[in-house]
Design a protein around this ligand. Structure first.
Ligand SMILES: *Cc1c(COP(=O)(O)O)cnc(C)c1O
Length: 437
């Protein structure tokens, strides 16, 4: 049975005879009973389908494309294995993410290391592990990596991250490709030119191409085309100085639907825009068509994840606001508090109940800012109701904390009517496991 915001939920979502939400053929009330709440549920079919949509969507328009999952959106060993099975590459932004990629058997040639301040230890670890590419983001990193690679008698393939000064019109905290940014070498200041020249000259580095990433989530198509055009035009003269553009990475940032009034573009539209711009500009400027690496994170895992909570305290402050509190909040999903991110929610245990009142869905953390959804129309809820928040798969468990010493939730993967734990719920013992008395 369809419901009116079903497109925000995983592709397998439905409603069963008990009027409960189902995901991957599992009744979410059964999942809550078996695994407890808060609970994060990932739908395996949606995850795999999103990988394939990106792989097919891009390679059908630009055959020489590598799709690297930007693992900071959510990484654990099970997810990394799934990405490897689907033929995805992987972006990592820390030694920790790299360690998980290695443990999961990710092919190292398809792993890219990003970040604006990689430590010497992280760079050594990356070079030793035979990582495919390191994306250089600062002069400090450039000279340090050249030295590290030299000491290990390795010539490391690298990209440089350029900042094209294109505004993708997203939240200031998630905009990365404008001049005022800690990411990348700015074209305007001349830093890009110096970085390209230094990378070409570095004896232990092999500059294979460039990367940019505009920010996230980007609901517009034009910023991608603008940035492709700006950067290729900018790069053309560097060919005389030895630049061989074998690779080109327009990053990630592809949007997903969080609320029904802001639907994202189709993946095919992003692919069309980027492939068309890249082909046309390469032809115009006489570049051979480079390999393209795209780096979706949010758009791979976001829709696949649904957060489940149980309603507890309800406080009605007449003429002001009605607070309905759940058993999670900013510790398991900090996005509303951090970026003002918006979500929708359903009462997963009474799916056909009509919305009747405007409430504020609050968390259980000791911060007034711990609000999951402000002013949402919901059916009248009572303690014990199960609430589901869709589009919770990206930057949710990845940013979870133990604030207030709440154990972080369990994560389960559902498929064809069965559920398996991919991360167990933390225990109070876990919370003290690193303490030294
Ligand atoms: C975060 C990031 C991405 C992925 O962004 P999404 O919005 O999750 O697709 C891709 N590339 C780089 C360099 C990033 O930092």
């Amino acid at each position: 049975m369809p419901f009116d915001n079903i497109e925000l939920f995983p592709m397998t979502a439905g409603i069963n005879a008990a009027d409960h939400l189902t995901l991957g053929g599992c009744d979410v009330a059964d999942l809550a009973a078996e695994f407890g709440t808060p609970l994060l549920v990932y739908d395996e079919d949606t995850l795999r389908s999103m990988c394939r949509k990106f792989l097919n969507g891009f390679t059908s328009r630009y055959s020489n494309t590598m799709v690297a999952y930007a693992s900071k959106a959510f990484l654990n060993t099970a997810i990394a294995k799934l990405m490897a099975e689907e033929g995805m590459g992987m972006d990592v932004v820390s030694g920790g993410e790299l360690a998980v990629a290695i443990a999961a058997g990710m092919p190292m040639g398809k792993v890219y290391f990003h970040g604006n301040n990689k430590s010497p230890q992280e760079l050594e670890f990356a070079v030793e592990s035979g990582i495919g590419r390191i994306v250089i983001d600062s002069f400090n990193e450039l000279s340090m990596l050249d030295e590290i690679a030299g000491n290990k008698r390795v010539v490391q393939d690298v990209l440089v991250r350029l900042s094209p000064n294109v505004d993708p019109h997203t939240h200031a905290f998630t905009t990365t490709g404008i001049l005022d940014s800690k990411f990348g070498f700015a074209i305007e200041t001349g830093d890009s030119a110096r970085a390209i020249r230094q990378a070409i000259a570095a004896p232990n580095l092999n500059l294979v191409g460039v990367h940019f990433h505009l920010g996230s989530p980007i609901f517009e198509l034009k910023p991608y085309a603008d940035a492709v055009n700006t950067i290729l035009t900018y790069l053309a003269p560097f060919r005389e100085e030895g630049l061989d553009l074998q690779e080109f990475s327009p990053g990630g940032g592809f949007a997903i639907g969080y609320t029904r009034d802001q639907p994202p573009p189709e993946i095919s539209e992003y692919a069309d825009t980027i492939a068309t711009a890249l082909k046309a500009k390469c032809a115009e400027l006489g570049f051979g068509e480079p390999m393209m690496t795209i780096e979706p994170g949010r758009s791979i895992v976001g829709r696949a994840g649904v957060s489940l909570y149980t309603v507890g305290a309800i406080k009605d402050i007449p003429t002001v606001r009605k607070y309905v509190s759940v058993d999670g909040g900013m510790g398991d999903n900090i996005r509303p508090a951090l970026y003002g991110s918006q979500y929708e929610a359903v009462v997963a245990s009474r799916m056909s109940d009509a919305p009747e009142e405007v409430i504020t869905l609050a968390g259980k953390y000791c911060e007034s800012g711990d609000i999951l959804i402000r002013d949402i129309e919901m059916p009248v809820m009572e303690a014990g109701d199960l609430v589901a928040i869709p589009s919770s798969g990206a930057y949710v468990p990845a940013m979870a904390s133990n604030y207030n010493l709440n154990p972080r939730p369990a994560i389960v993967m559902v498929k064809d009517g069965s559920a398996r734990i991919i991360r167990r719920r933390e225990s109070y013992q876990d919370l003290m496991a690193m303490d030294v008395v």
